[in-house]
Design a protein around this ligand. Structure first.
Ligand SMILES: Nc1ncnc2c1ncn2[C@@H]1O[C@H](COP(=O)(O)OP(=O)(O)OP(=O)(O)O)[C@@H](O)[C@H]1O
Ligand SMILES: [Mg+2]
Length: 375
């Protein structure tokens, strides 16, 4: 309270001189126009007494004067508006003038429509700040249709590595190819059309639920929309909302729970139906039973798609074609589950330490009730 009071005092101190000046100006402005009208009437009355002007002439003059005053006031309003808006205007141009981080070659070709989806990271390094690299010399290959699981301690660079694949950033060294094509050589839009992402922190827009789901696939029919929502276990919570699929989502999805956001995000990725799929802790906010039910749909979704998963489920990690173990931005181990456990390195340590949780029983809503009732 004290700090706010102090701040208000300073704001008023700075504002009063300006407000006072502005007040005098508007008083002068109004007074001038009123005096003008009064003067026209006075002079008109005199001239009328001498028979030099008719009453109609006086009325015409007054109207003409008022029109001119109106225009002048508009002009003054425009000037003061310009003065008040300069800050917003300069902010606006600042945004327009921001240099792009990504450079797209003019006329860059599209990724071929029949993409197989073989992804290769070739000695990729990247840092948010030059002094502190987040990824160091990352090299791996995921065959078309294969599944790679990224594991490692928090802050290891898992999310960062995958963000390079859809070009949120470009690597500072090395290159990333899809089907042998360097992703920097093709148009960013076409690259992103081929990749569906369930983000670790799923973002939603201030639009209806249906609009949010259609982002990756604007042409999807209502039936397809509903099928995706069903598979992602989202349909049931959507239809109980006041306006169902037309319910507005608050900015960044704040009006939904974390698990609801995640399920919408999964449904969105399912609807997009892209050849490459990224699941960054896609089910971390869900309870075991819901997670188990979605997992079936996710397993079906990953069929014949190159998939990258960052997951905490043992079965996901165990079934992955290749496990990439990251630590401090470096790929320290890679291989299949059994190989890595046998190796006895970081992965075996994470596995022993309970980093990966076993699958829950797939429960139906009825069973869940039993669990709750029986405690
Ligand atoms: N936008 C950013 N700007 C600057 N540094 C960042 C940014 N995002 C991540 N980092 C840093 O990069 C490193 C790798 O972060 P990243 O998010 O890739 O980790 P992660 O392996 O996904 O971790 P988690 O398991 O917690 O999700 C961390 O040290 C993090 O602080
Ligand atoms: Mg992450």
């Amino acid at each position: 309270m004290k700090a706010i009071r102090e701040m208000m005092k300073r704001v008023l101190q700075a504002q009063y001189p300006v407000l006072r000046g502005w007040a005098w100006l508007s008083v002068a402005n109004r007074a001038a126009s009123t005096l003008t009208i009064v003067a026209i009437f006075a002079m008109g009355a005199q001239l009328n007494a001498k028979g030099e002007i008719t009453v109609g002439g006086i009325v015409t003059f007054v109207n003409f004067a008022m029109m001119q005053i109106g225009k002048l006031e508009q002009f003054a309003g425009f000037i003061s508006g310009l003065f008040f808006q300069t800050h917003s205007l300069s902010d606006f141009f600042c945004v327009l003038d921001t240099k792009e981080v990504l450079h797209e070659k003019p006329g860059a070709p599209l990724l071929p429509a029949d993409l197989k989806g073989e992804v290769v990271f070739d000695n990729v390094s990247f840092g948010y700040e030059a002094s502190h690299p987040a990824l160091k010399h990352l090299s791996f290959k995921v065959p078309a249709g294969g599944t790679a699981a990224l594991v490692g301690p928090t802050g290891a660079g898992k999310t960062t590595a995958l963000s390079l694949l859809y070009r949120a950033y470009d690597p500072s060294a090395g290159r990333i190819t899809i089907d042998g094509i360097d992703i920097r050589e093709v148009s960013v839009n076409s690259l992103r059309e081929h990749i569906a992402v369930v983000f670790q922190d799923p973002g939603l827009f201030y639009r209806s639920i249906a609009d949010n789901l259609r982002i990756g696939n604007p042409e999807a029919s209502d039936a397809e929309l509903e099928a995706a929502a069903q598979a992602a276990e989202a349909h049931n919570f959507i239809i109980v909302k006041p306006e169902g699929y037309s319910t507005l989502v608050a900015e960044r999805g704040r009006s939904l729970s974390g698990g609801e956001r995640q399920r919408l995000s999964i449904a969105r990725a399912m609807l997009k139906d892209a050849p490459i799929l990224i699941l960054d802790e896609a089910t971390s906010a869900l309870d075991n039973a819901t997670e188990a039910r979605i997992q079936r749909a996710l397993n079906a979704l990953t069929q014949n798609r190159t998939t990258f998963v960052i997951a905490h489920r043992l079965s996901t990690v165990r079934n992955a074609g290749v496990i990439l173990v990251l630590k401090d931005g470096q790929l320290v181990e890679q291989g299949r589950y059994d190989e890595l456990v046998a190796l006895g390195g970081l992965f075996a340590e994470l596995d022993r330490g309970g980093k990966f949780v076993a699958d829950a029983q797939e429960a139906l809503p009825g069973d869940l009730e039993d669990v709750l009732v029986t405690g």
